[in-house]
Design a protein around this ligand. Structure first.
Ligand SMILES: *[C@@H]1O[C@H](CO)[C@@H](O)[C@H](O)[C@H]1NC(C)=O
Ligand SMILES: *[C@@H]1O[C@H](CO)[C@@H](O)[C@H](O)[C@H]1NC(C)=O
Ligand SMILES: *[C@@H]1O[C@H](CO)[C@@H](O)[C@H](O)[C@H]1NC(C)=O
Length: 185
């Protein structure tokens, strides 16, 4: 009995260890593979919107150059994790006023959670050195951009139109930003 228990425990331990040791390259590849599906889910969330009802989407001005130029691999790894986390945060706000497809919305949030958790493993394992001055700058720049989205939603009282502008914005930037940053790894 004890032997079986011991065997099971060591099997479990091996499983955990092999999961932790999962190569960063594999995580990068799986993050690449998620891009298309995540975009399709973001698209599937909306659907019934008639564009004429809403004012033109504002230009939130994603700071692409500041994020991508001069960034090392470590900067890029940090930026990907932070970017995913910030998107997760945005979609924690109240969207009861939208007419989103809840199945697609749940799946979208689920996949973002998974991507973020998976990415953490890659950055924790591989980036032990202290944050560089540049990586702090990249983080601050990203934070400022996402703050703009938060303020916009709040000012528009989380209306359907405001949410669809934000969803459209994330739809646009998600794949471009990730492709560029993943391309650096
Ligand atoms: C990149 O680095 C160069 C040289 O240090 C600097 O002149 C330029 O402003 C930097 N660009 C960005 C977007 O940080
Ligand atoms: C979300 O907003 C709706 C009205 O738009 C409100 O009735 C509801 O209480 C809010 N929910 C939360 C959790 O704040
Ligand atoms: C809602 O989204 C799911 C998942 O993308 C999709 O299978 C389903 O057809 C959508 N429902 C409607 C009413 O569009």
């Amino acid at each position: 009995m004890a032997t079986i228990l011991l065997q099971q425990t060591s099997l479990l331990l091996m499983l955990i260890l092999s999961t932790v040791a999962l190569d960063c390259g594999q995580i990068v590849q799986s993050q690449r593979n998620e891009i298309g599906r995540t975009r399709r889910l973001l698209e599937a969330m909306g659907g019934q919107r008639s564009p004429t009802e809403c004012p033109e989407d504002p230009d939130f001005g994603f700071p692409m150059e500041k994020i991508v130029l001069n960034s090392s691999k470590e900067d890029a790894r940090m930026a990907i994790g932070f970017f995913l986390e910030q998107i997760q945060n945005i979609f924690q706000h109240n969207f009861t006023q939208t007419n989103w497809n809840m199945t697609a919305t749940d799946l979208f949030q689920e996949t973002l959670d998974q991507q973020q958790i998976q990415w953490q493993r890659c950055s924790i394992v591989r980036t032990r050195e202290q944050a560089t001055r540049h990586s702090l700058h990249v983080k601050r720049t990203l934070k400022m951009y996402f703050t703009k989205l938060h303020i916009f939603l709040r000012e528009k009282e989380y209306s359907l139109c405001a949410w669809d502008a934000v969803r459209g914005e994330i739809f646009e930037v998600y794949s471009v930003v990730l492709s560029k940053l993943l391309g650096k790894l």
